[in-house]
Each structure stands twice: as structure tokens, then as C-alpha cells.
Design a protein around this ligand. Structure first.
Ligand SMILES: [Zn+2]
Length: 465
């Protein structure tokens, strides 16, 4: 069985066959960095991190790229309001982004390109579009000529005229057509800008992804992903730019995740129900947040409510408890010789169920159901008097493998207070003996376990981070 992916481009589930056998080139649109990300921004990060993990589990070599939009109107406006340089503001929120998503268990991409690092590539790309007649200069701006690109509208499955009505774009005398979009914007007085053949200015939003995907992954990529709100115009415009440039298909599979509602209402500034990851992860264990997000298939809307988050917390707890019990029993079990195949088969059956779910367009909700089957089985097995190390280990490693795919690896056992005190004592001795490599090692070990040390005149204090 191969993996099936729902492709927005064809509106069908299709077997996933990458261009190059065994390799996947994947691009996910990243955030515009002028604030902390909210939980709506976090959903695609978690979802596509999980897609990446499952593809890796299936043996694919995944090359994963996700960009940062680090110059645009909102960034410039916010920087002005805060009296900060654009670069300072974006650096700050890029760091905050990494903190937030790593707390949510998301790995770093192979590349996180930024617009401001690719201005020359962007200008060169636009120049070719102008040469080919797909773009034109107008009063210092450069626009994409949408009428010239035959496939315009193919991702959103609408004709160019339908899109025009739907988008309610105002006619202007700067553009030939209302749907034409800016590739290059001339700079206003005092704004951050770069020199170009069309005067000082900066790139429009859509062009960056076409350029950075090509620079980092090549002309044709396997999977292009993002939130469903990006389908039009952003992704439609990316296709128009890239395919006009190369004459080749830009992305073979387009994946889009659904929205997040808060207590069944749309998340919006006016309703004041915007939830920032930075804030919410102080209140809710980020592992629970991730588990909650994955408890719904990525294409469906997620409803964020206290009740559903609590139920996710309980679910995660049940898995952790079964896992802990297995580990605990392992310390008192021995192998008795004959292999209890029946339990091994049962575990394998749950793994197959998990893989079938994930093969079906990454259905994490059903994948979790398979993990809960495994929990039930483990609990039944643990009732047996003579459990065997082989079976216990098989359960344990299976739990570890499947939870790793969901980006929820089991944490190591928590350190007890006594153990922490003991290590701090050992560190002090090491320092007295000027064995600094050992003392650093202990500090790092404690840091890994979330223990923060503070050296004071009265001695070393510690707290759990
Ligand atoms: Zn993009």
C-alpha cells in the first residue's frame, strides 16, 4: 500500500509517488514575523511536521524547507510603532517562533530561508518574468500579468473571471487587470528598500516562495503545503510565477490544513479570542496542545475548547501511564523461554492499523485510535501474572516508535529531588577539583531535565523550569 494524499490541485486522493524514488522535496509556507504565532499558525507547523515524520518513518529521505517572511507592510508598520529596526523586530520574533514550535515538538526545517537573504534572486526571477512578457513595470512597481498565464485559477478551481468577482479587487489605473498582483513594490519615503532595475523597492509577498522553493529545492517540488487560507491568492500566484518561469510543473501535491475555531467561533482580533502559543503554553502542556491538534484530521476544522483540550490531556495520560507500567514491570520480568507469539501478533496488528490510518492522507485521528488499541492491549497484558520481558519490550518499543511519528516522544523519567541534590553536590566537588568538563556536563544534564541552576554566594539554588 502506498501513501495516499489529498491533492488540492486535483481534488482527489492520489497515491504518493515522489519525482525521485525515495526522496521527498517539501515546502511549507512559514510565518510573517512581526508578532508571536497564534494557535492557528501553529496548526500547519504541527501538521506538516507530522507529515514529514511519517514520510521519514516510511523510509523517505525528506528535504523540508519553510520560509520566514521578514519584510512586508505589517512588519514595517509594527517596527515603526515600536521604534525598532525591521531586522531587530524580525530577529526577535524568529527566535520566539523557534522557541514556540520546538516546545510543540516541531523539528527545524533543513532550511529556513528569509526574504531579505534572497533579494538578488528575487530581482533576477522578476526580470525573467518581465522578459517573457509575464510581468510589467508600472510607476516603479512590477505586476504579474495574470491574463497571460493559461492555468491561472487551477488550484482554486475557478476561472479568472470567477476569481475576479470573488476577490472583489478594486480596479486601478496602475494595473492592466484587477487580478494582477505586485511582484515588486516601489518604496515609500523612509521605508526599508533595495535597489532594483525599477528603482528602490521591495518584493511583493508571493514571489518569495516561488524563488526560495526553487533556490532550495529545484524547479519541481513534491509537496507544497500551508493553511487553506493560502490557496488563493498566495498559492495560485506561486504557481503562476513558477510555471511561467520554468515551463515545468511547480508542485505535484498541494496540501492544505483546515481552520481552528475557538469555542466554535472563528478566531479573530475583533472577537478578542486570539490565542498566542507563547501565552497558552504557560497554561497547557505543549505536548497536550500537539496531541489535541493531531486528534482531528488535518483537513477538518479543529475546535479549541477547554473540554476538548482536557480530553486530549486525559488521552495522553492514558498512553503515558500504560507506557510507565510496562517499563516498571520490565524491571521485575524475565524471559521464560518460549516466545508468546500471540501478543507479538496483536501488537503488530495495532501497528498495521496505525500505518493504514496514516497512509490514508495522514489520518492522525485514526492513527491515535490504533495507539489507544495498543493501550488497551497493554493493560490486559499487564494483568497477566507471568509477563515476559520480550513482550514488554515489544510493547514499549512499539509505543516509542508510534509516538515518535506523532512528535510526542516519551520524556525520560523525572529526576527526584534527592537525585538533583546529589548531582549538584557532585558538581560542586568537580568544581572544587577544577574538573570543569564534569561540572559542565552535570549542568547540561540537569538543564536537559528542565532543572535550572543558580549559583549564589550562599550556594547553588535550583528550580524546575
Ligand atoms: Zn508561500
Amino acid at each position: 500500500m502506498s501513501i495516499q494524499i489529498y491533492n488540492t490541485l486535483t481534488r482527489k486522493k492520489e497515491p504518493f509517488i515522489p519525482l525521485e524514488e525515495g526522496k521527498v522535496k517539501m515546502y511549507v509556507c512559514g510565518p510573517t514575523v512581526y508578532n508571536y504565532i497564534h494557535i492557528g499558525n501553529a496548526r500547519p507547523v504541527i501538521v506538516f511536521d507530522t507529515v514529514r515524520r511519517y514520510l521519514q518513518y516510511r523510509g523517505f529521505d525528506v528535504q523540508f524547507v519553510s520560509n520566514f517572511t521578514d519584510v512586508d507592510d505589517k512588519i514595517i508598520k509594527t517596527a515603526n510603532e515600536l521604534g525598532e529596526e525591521v531586522g531587530e523586530l524580525t530577529d526577535r520574533f524568529i527566535n520566539a517562533y523557534f522557541e514556540d514550535v520546538s516546545a510543540l515538538g516541531c523539528g527545524k526545517a533543513d532550511a529556513h530561508p528569509r526574504v531579505t537573504e534572497h533579494i538578488d534572486d528575487i530581482i533576477a526571477f522578476i526580470e525573467v518574468l518581465v522578459e517573457k512578457g509575464f510581468a510589467y513595470e508600472s510607476q516603479g512597481d512590477v505586476y504579474y500579468r495574470t491574463r497571460k498565464f493559461d492555468g491561472y485559477g487551477k488550484l482554486s478551481h475557478q476561472s479568472i473571471d470567477e476569481l475576479k468577482v470573488g476577490a472583489r479587487i478594486e480596479e486601478s489605473d496602475i494595473k492592466e487587470n484587477a487580478l494582477d498582483f505586485a511582484l515588486w513594490k516601489s518604496a515609500k519615503e523612509g521605508e526599508i528598500s533595495w535597489d532594483s532595475p525599477w528603482g528602490k523597492g521591495r518584493p511583493g509577498w508571493h514571489i518569495e516562495c516561488s524563488v526560495m522553493a526553487r533556490e532550495h529545492l529545484g524547479d519541481t517540488i513534491d509537496i507544497h503545503a500551508g493553511g487553506q487560507d493560502l490557496t488563493f491568492p498566495h498559492h495560485e500566484n506561486e504557481i503562476a510565477q513558477s510555471e511561467a518561469m520554468t515551463g515545468k510543473q511547480f508542485a505535484r501535491y498541494w496540501m492544505h490544513n483546515g481552520y481552528i475555531n475557538i469555542d466554535n467561533e472563528k478566531m479573530s482580533k475583533s472577537l478578542g479570542n486570539f490565542i498566542l502559543v507563547h501565552d497558552i503554553r504557560q497554561q497547557i502542556d505543549p505536548r497536550v496542545l500537539r496531541f489535541f491538534m493531531l486528534s482531528v484530521h488535518y483537513r477538518h476544522p479543529v475546535n479549541f475548547s477547554q473540554e476538548l483540550v482536557e480530553s486530549a490531556a486525559n488521552g495522553l495520560d492514558r498512553i503515558q501511564t500504560a507506557y510507565n507500567n510496562l517499563k516498571h514491570r520490565l524491571s521485575t520480568s524475565a524471559d521464560l523461554g518460549d516466545q508468546p507469539d500471540i501478543w507479538i501478533h496483536k501488537v503488530d496488528e495495532a501497528v498495521r492499523q496505525f500505518e493504514t490510518a496514516m497512509d490514508d492522507d495522514f489520518n492522525t485521528a485514526n492513527g491515535m485510535a490504533a495507539i489507544f488499541e495498543l493501550v488497551k492491549m497493554a493493560n490486559v497484558y499487564l494483568l497477566e501474572k507471568n509477563t515476559q520481558a520480550t513482550v514488554l519490550n515489544y510493547f514499549i518499543t512499539t509505543f516509542e516508535r508510534l509516538m515518535e511519528v506523532l512528535g510526542l516522544p516519551f520524556g525520560g523519567e523525572e529526576l527526584l529531588d534527592d537525585e538533583i541534590e546529589g548531582l549538584i553536590e557532585e558538581r560542586l566537588t568537580a568544581r572544587r577539583e577544577r574538573n570543569f568538563s564534569r561540572s559542565d556536563e552535570i549542568r547540561d544534564l540537569l538543564k536537559e531535565k528542565g532543572i535550572i541552576l543558580e549559583d549564589t554566594a550562599q550556594g547553588t539554588r535550583w528550580k524546575r523550569g
